[in-house]
Design a protein around this ligand. Structure first.
Ligand code: KIV
Ligand code: ZN
Length: 503
């Protein structure tokens, strides 16, 4: 018989720890509502003691989102647990999720506690949380690098103190599937109490094994997996929700396990998370990447035309990806644009749609045809827009193989044009320096990614940057058929995010 696997989504907590992806309350509610539509079992809405804003966001989610359990994370100390309870207590089904390191390296180097003290802290934390809330999850952080006998003692004690869910994290993504599956099997064998609680795993992707490790755990008896949409999360990310769900669906017989996720909402959720968090999905990402269902070789195309099953194991439409035949040009009206946006998973409120439409006409004037990729990046730019303290107006560049590039940049602030010029190591660097001179703030470029989102000479370029400004990292995105302009818009977008944050 197929077992149900509980999907614990931590996009809004572990996922939000991605540098530059910090969400505000409105954005967190928007994602949480979509996660409820997706049918996840648990939404970890945040780490309420980490900031007053996060507390307010988790509170708001608990009040408005119905369906899934709403969990709030807490370290195994009273103050955190008090705040986590304050955040989730109005949820239809609240959960407090307490955690503490259990490996020697965490105990000695991070917590400076001996094993017995830490074990006692775990017990006290679960008992304390239990006074507030029936549903208490306990996580043994860095479990995969913890001494096995000690791990068993902590888990056993946490269950006896009242934990309803025990989570075994591979916090640093060190485990490999055979080992991790074996760990779960041995824990179940050694601790009879595990048969009466939910046994969860939480895998990170440092070695690219988060999904494989989660599946090995499922095969050995775990019945909850903690994961994030698009696999976003600390460092290399967390196990990807859509991959786990679709593996269990596609290979149900191999695992004899299933989830109750509404897979038709997968694509829409993926696009929303990417847009709102400003974290692009790599094109070859399994399940939701833009190339995941693109067949390019002649032999494959021939096979697909004869029978899709020759080269396709998942039907894209099952994930909510709708195919389209419509060609969008500057003459396409609102109805055609709306139709294509819906097919791409974007359900935009009227005001957002109008902004996208305006930008669409603008780009369509310069390009013959607007493809789905063009459209996605137009939407991403328009809807991840922050208040524009500075508006990009224009740039001019003088460059050549035997001269230092010089850029003149024009921005607008409060209706006033501001112009400045700067040199740089290359034309893009010169424009960035010009922007910095005008906004009066320096940035350190941490990440710069430029891609043609379409093919051909008139391809639309999309630039993504991460810029460190005053000690924090801000993301920026910009598109234009001109790659220097795309880069400049992205750079300025990051600065505008910084200014919006500092007000
Ligand atoms: O990676 C980890 O160990 C965590 C815990 C807080 C569950 O995120
Ligand atoms: Zn984690």
């Amino acid at each position: 018989m197929s077992r149900k696997i509980h999907i614990f989504d931590t996009t809004l907590r572990d996922g939000e720890q991605v540098p530059g992806a910090k969400l505000n309350k409105r954005q967190k509610i928007e994602i949480a509502e979509q996660l409820a539509k997706l049918g996840v079992d648990i939404i970890e809405a945040g780490f309420p003691c980490s900031s007053p804003e996060d507390l307010q966001a988790v509170k708001a989610i608990s009040e408005v989102v119905r369906g899934p359990v709403i969990a709030g994370l807490a370290r195994a100390v009273k103050e955190d647990i008090d705040i986590a309870w304050e955040a989730v207590r109005r949820a239809e089904r609240p959960r407090i999720h307490a955690f503490l390191g259990s490996s020697d390296i965490h105990l000695q180097k991070k917590l400076r506690r001996d094993r017995e003290t830490a074990l006692e802290m775990a017990v006290q934390a679960v008992r304390y949380a239990k006074q507030y809330c029936e549903d208490v999850e306990y996580s043994t952080e860095d479990a995969s690098r913890t001494d096995f006998d000690y791990l068993c003692r902590v888990i056993d004690a946490a269950i006896k103190a009242g934990a309803t869910v025990i989570n075994v994290p591979d916090t640093v993504g060190y485990a490999i599937p055979t080992e991790f599956g074996e760990l779960i099997r041995r824990l179940k064998e050694r601790i009879p109490g595990l048969d009466h609680v939910v046994l969860s795993v939480h895998c990170h992707n440092d070695l690219g094994l988060a999904v494989a490790n989660s599946l090995a755990a499922i095969a050995n008896g775990a019945n909850q997996v903690e994961c994030t949409v698009n696999g976003v999360g600390e460092r290399a990310g967390n196990a990807s929700l859509e991959e786990i769900v679709m593996i269990l669906k596609t290979r149900n017989l191999a695992f004899q396990a299933h989830t109750e996720v509404n897979i038709k909402e997968i694509y829409r959720t993926s696009r929303m998370v990417s847009r709102v968090m400003n974290v692009p999905v790599q094109p070859n990402k399994a399940i939701v990447g833009s190339n995941a269902f693109a067949h390019s070789s002649g032999i494959h195309q021939d096979g697909i035309l004869k029978d899709r099953a020759t080269y396709e194991i998942i039907k894209p439409e099952d994930l909510g990806i709708r195919e389209h035949k419509l060609v969008l040009t500057a003459r396409s009206g609102r109805a055609a644009l709306r139709h294509r946006l819906t097919a791409l998973g974007y359900d935009l409120p009227a005001a957002d749609f109008e902004r996208v439409y305006e930008r669409f006409l603008n780009v369509a004037d310069r390009k013959k045809e607007i493809s789905s990729k063009d459209l996605s990046s137009i939407v991403e730019i328009e809807l991840t827009k922050v208040p524009e303290t500075f508006v990009f107006r224009d740039f001019q560049i003088m460059s050549g193989s035997s001269m230092t590039p010089l850029a003149a940049v024009t921005l607008v602030k409060d209706g006033k044009e501001l112009i400045d010029a700067a040199t740089g190591n290359g034309p893009v660097d010169a424009v960035f320096n010009g922007i910095e001179r005008i906004v009066g703030q320096q940035g350190i470029l941490r990440d710069y990614d430029l891609k043609a989102v379409t093919m051909g000479k008139d391809a639309l370029g999309e630039a993504m940057v991460r810029v460190e400004i005053a000690g924090s990292v801000y993301s920026g995105i910009g598109t234009s058929p001109d790659v220097i302009e795309a880069s400049a818009r992205a750079y300025l977008n990051a600065f505008n995010r910084f200014f919006a944050n500092s007000h």
